[in-house]
Design a protein around this ligand. Structure first.
Ligand code: MLC
Ligand code: AMP
Length: 494
C-alpha cells in the first residue's frame, strides 16, 4: 500500500476533505476509494499501470477516484475541466487510456469518443459501494500519475511521476512548511496540475490535515474563507493574489478591516507557479501583514526552491533548495556558475525529478544534461538566494500560472482559412503575468476577431486564447528566416 494511503488509517475520524458543504473523514476516503478501486478492477487483480483518465471537478469524489486508481495499480491521468473536446481527446489518446471516469455532465460529450477508442467509460454516479476486491500491493517504483504540460513542442507532453517521486515531493514540502494534522487549507486551484494536486491536496492529506475545495475561483468566496478564521494555510498563483487585492480595494472601509483582520490568523500564505511581482508582495503585506512565501517549481520536478518558512523571505527571490533537492546553475557548456553572479540555467537532481515523458524517450533524454534535469529557467544566485530572471524560450508563455506553448496556438491559428501565417508571443501583463498575443498575416483582406475567438474556443481552453491581435503585412524575421519574437514584442502596445 502506498504511504499516503497507509497514513490515512492513523487519521481515521479526522476531516480529510470538505466539498459541497459536506465534510468527509479519512475513514470515508479510505472506504470510498477501496470500493471504487474494486469497481475499476472489475475482476482484474491489478491494473498494472493501465492509464485511468478522469474528468471530475474538484471534490471528495475527485480525491476518492485518484486514490482508487492508485490503490488498483493504475496511473492517474486527470483531465482539465476547462478543456474543449479536442484537448481532452488528445490526452485520452496520447495516454492510451483504458478507462475513462467522468461525471454524468460529461457523458454526452465523451461517450462517443470512448466508444470510438474502445475505452471503458465509467460514470461516477454509477459507482456503487457493494463489492470489495482484494487490492494489489503497489511498489513505490511504479508509475503513479501523468500530468500534461506544455513545452517547446506544439502538443503538451505527459509528465510521468512514480509513487516514489510523489512521496518525496510531498515529504519535502511537509517538512519545509511545517504541515501538521491541525492544518486546514483552501484549494481553489485546478486539479490537473501539481500546484493544486501535490502542494495543496496531497500535502494536506499526508499530514492528516483538511483540504477544502471551492468549485471555482471567486474573489469574494475566497476572501470569505481566508478571513473566516477556519484556515491555517493558503496557496495560490500570483494572478489570484492580484485579483484578491483588487477585491479588497473595491471593498468598503469597514469590510476592508474585517478582511484584513480575519486573514491574519493564517499561519502561511504561499505564492508560486509564476513570478510574484514585488508590487503584489508589498501590497499583500500592507493589507494582511503576511509576507507571501514565494517558491519555485515545475511539473517535472515538483517544488525545488523556496523562501524560508521561519527566516528571510526576500522579495523577487525564490530562496534555496527544498530538503533533499539538488540544484545547480550552469552556463551553456554545463559549467557550474553559481558563484560568479552570472545568469545560468537552473538544473535539478534528486528523487523529486520525474521518471519520463510519456512515450517520448528522446524528449526525456534530451531534457537532461549530465544527469541533471534542464529546467529552461534562467536565474542568478544573488547574495545567498536564487532569483529567477526568465526562461530560455520565447515559445513558452506563463499566464495566470498556466504554462502555454506558443507553438500549439500557432498550429491552431494556422488552420484557420483566413490566416496565412502567424506568430504567438507572451506579453507582460500586471494581472496575468503574461497574456497571449498573436500577429496574423491574412490570406484575405480582413478577419472578424469575435468570430475568430469563437472558432478558437472549439480547439483551445479560454486561458490559451490570444487576448491581443495585430495584423501585419509580414512577420519580422532574421537572416535565417526565423521569426524574431523579441522584435515582434515591440509591435504590441505594452
Ligand atoms: C482567463 N481569462 C484570461 C486568462 N484566463 N485572460 C487573460 N489571460 C488568461 N490566462 C479571462 C477569461 O477569458 C474570462 O474573461 C475571465 O478572465 C475569467 O475567466 P475564468 O476562467 O473564470 O478565470 P478565473 O476563474 O478568474 O481564473 C483565473 C485563475 C486561473 C488565476 C484562478 O487562471 C487559475 O486557476 N490558474 C492557476 C493555474 C495553475 O494551477 N497553474 C499551476 C501549474 S503547475 P471574459 O472576458 O470571458 O470574462 C506549475 C508548477 C508550479 O506551474 O511551480 O506550481
Ligand atoms: P509548469 O510547467 O506548469 O509546471 O510550470 C513550471 C514553470 O513555472 C517553471 O519552469 C517556471 O518557469 C515557472 N515558475 C514556477 N514558479 C515560479 C516562480 N516562483 N517564479 C518564476 N517562475 C516560476
Amino acid at each position: 500500500m502506498i504511504e499516503l494511503v497507509k497514513k490515512a488509517f492513523n487519521y481515521s475520524k479526522r476531516t480529510a476533505i470538505i466539498s459541497n458543504q459536506s465534510e468527509h473523514t479519512f475513514d470515508q476516503l479510505l472506504s470510498k476509494s477501496e470500493s471504487i478501486a474494486s469497481c475499476i478492477l472489475d475482476g482484474q487483480e491489478d491494473l498494472l499501470g493501465g492509464r485511468v483518465v478522469f474528468l471530475i471537478p474538484p471534490s471528495f469524489k475527485y480525491v476518492a477516484i485518484q486514490w482508487a486508481i492508485w490503490r488498483a495499480g493504475g496511473i492517474a491521468v486527470p483531465l482539465c475541466t476547462l478543456h474543449p473536446l479536442p484537448s481532452l481527446k488528445y490526452v485520452i489518446e496520447d495516454s492510451e487510456a483504458s478507462i475513462l471516469i467522468v461525471t454524468k455532465a460529461y457523458k454526452e460529450s465523451l461517450e462517443p469518443l470512448s466508444k470510438q477508442l474502445n475505452i471503458r467509460l465509467i460514470l461516477v454516479e454509477d459507482l456503487t459501494d457493494s463489492y470489495l476486491a482484494e487490492l494489489p500491493n503497489i511498489s513505490m517504483e511504479r508509475r503513479a500519475m501523468i500530468l500534461y504540460t506544455s513545452g517547446t513542442t506544439s502538443k503538451p507532453k505527459g509528465v510521468v511521476t512514480t509513487h516514489k517521486n510523489i512521496q518525496f515531493q510531498i515529504e519535502s514540502l511537509v517538512k519545509a512548511w511545517k504541515w501538521e494534522s491541525n492544518d486546514r487549507i483552501l484549494n481553489i486551484l485546478p486539479l490537473h496540475h501539481i500546484h493544486g494536486i501535490i502542494n495543496v491536496l496531497c500535502c494536506a492529506l499526508w499530514a492528516g490535515a483538511s483540504c477544502e475545495f471551492l468549485p471555482k475561483f471567486d474573489s469574494k468566496k475566497v476572501w470569505d474563507k481566508i478571513s473566516s478564521g477556519q484556515l491555517t494555510l493558503f496557496m495560490a498563483v500570483p494572478t489570484i493574489y492580484f485579483k484578491l487585492i483588487d477585491f479588497w480595494e473595491s471593498s468598503s472601509k469597514k469590510q476592508k478591516t474585517t478582511l484584513s483582520e480575519g486573514v491574519k490568523k493564517l499561519r502561511l500564505m504561499v505564492s508560486g507557479s509564476a513570478a510574484l511581482p514585488i508590487s503584489v508582495l508589498e501590497k499583500w503585506k500592507d493589507i494582511t501583514s503576511h509576507i507571501l512565501l514565494e517558491r519555485y517549481g515545475m511539473t517535472e520536478i515538483g517544488m525545488a526552491l523556496s523562501n524560508s518558512y521561519k527566516g528571510e523571505r526576500r522579495p523577487g527571490h525564490v530562496g534555496l533548495p527544498l530538503p533533499g533537492v539538488q540544484i545547480r546553475l550552469v552556463d551553456t557548456f554545463g559549467n557550474d556558475i553559481r558563484n560568479t553572479g552570472n545568469p545560468g540555467e537552473i538544473q535539478i537532481k534528486g528523487p523529486n525529478v520525474f521518471k519520463e515523458y510519456w512515450k517520448k524517450p528522446k524528449a526525456t533524454i534530451d531534457s537532461y544534461q549530465d544527469g541533471w534535469f534542464k529546467s529552461g529557467d534562467i536565474a542568478v544566485f544573488n547574495k545567498g538566494m536564487y532569483k529567477i530572471l526568465g526562461r530560455d524560450s520565447v515559445d513558452i508563455i506563463k499566464s495566470g500560472g498556466y504554462k502555454i506553448s506558443a507553438l500549439e496556438i500557432e498550429d491552431v491559428l494556422c488552420r484557420h482559412s483566413k490566416i496565412k501565417e502567424c506568430a504567438v508571443i507572451g506579453i507582460p501583463d500586471k494581472e496575468w503575468g503574461e497574456v497571449v498575443a498573436a500577429s496574423l498575416i491574412l490570406s484575405e483582406k480582413n478577419i472578424d476577431f469575435i468570430d475568430l475567438k469563437l472558432w478558437l474556443k472549439e480547439f483551445l481552453p479560454s486561458y490559451k486564447i490570444p487576448r491581443k491581435f495585430i495584423i501585419q503585412e509580414e512577420l519580422p524575421r532574421n537572416t535565417l528566416g526565423k521569426v524574431t519574437k523579441n522584435v515582434l514584442k515591440n509591435s504590441f502596445e505594452l
